[in-house]
Write a protein that binds this ligand. Sequence first.
Ligand SMILES: [Zn+2]
Ligand SMILES: [Zn+2]
Ligand SMILES: [Zn+2]
Length: 271
Amino acid sequence: MSTVVSDYFDRPCKKITKVFHSSQFMKVGDDTASYDRIKTRLRHKASLQERHMPDKINIQKDWIRRHKENEELEFALLQRITCLERVKRQKEEEQPASSLIHTPGPSNPKRQVTLAEEHYFRCQRASRALDYDKPSGSLTDEFDFLRHHRNSDGQTLAWEEDRIACALLGGCCGRRCRCCERPLRCYIMPDSGEGKEMVGFHGHCTAECGCCMRHRGFYRPDSRLKALDPELATKIAVFNKSHYVEEDSAEEAGDPVADALAVVDALKRQA
Ligand SMILES: [Zn+2]
Ligand SMILES: [Zn+2]
Ligand SMILES: [Zn+2]
């Protein structure tokens, strides 16, 4: 059993919260049996709370839902930035640098990258604000435990848990491309000693994943993100060998995909 995991396992649940914030980058490696025991213990505590203090559990569920929604927005924004960067590079290759005309309008991918980066920054701040506002309890403790511990490949245990949901929703985890296994972004973070460590931020597929667009054959931009100029959205779709579907055209046609997505959204909110 690794020191980190045995530390958690031996501590009473009440004290776990304090330890979670000491580092974002604890490694569990292959010691999955130990973290399974911690999860079982926290879940058992949560089921007791659910029976005796349902309000306390609902507050925790609401906080986790807000956290997950915010995180999913982060995934979508980083995937959109990747698509925009590719379109931008393609445009630069087609036009020699000297003849580039910078149109600062809505169809300019560079401008949209800046706006998406700004939105991403706001999401990061929202995530930090939620961390400060964390309700105590075994559900939120488990959630934090999974977010702050990584496997030997550098992905968080929370990311591991979400792979099945990603595959069921037709995401890259259900194919051999291994897109989700690669980080959406890397950060250099101070480690527990004096050095620095490269840490990846891994996500799962959203409507903005280019690889999923190729497999689905269409691109319907995530409605929670800033609306894209149709010309630029079409370029993203074409780059990914798919077709652009406008924001509200699916609802007008009573598209079952839109209905299914609405059901999935509703289920996610209940979870
Ligand atoms: Zn993929
Ligand atoms: Zn994907
Ligand atoms: Zn995935």
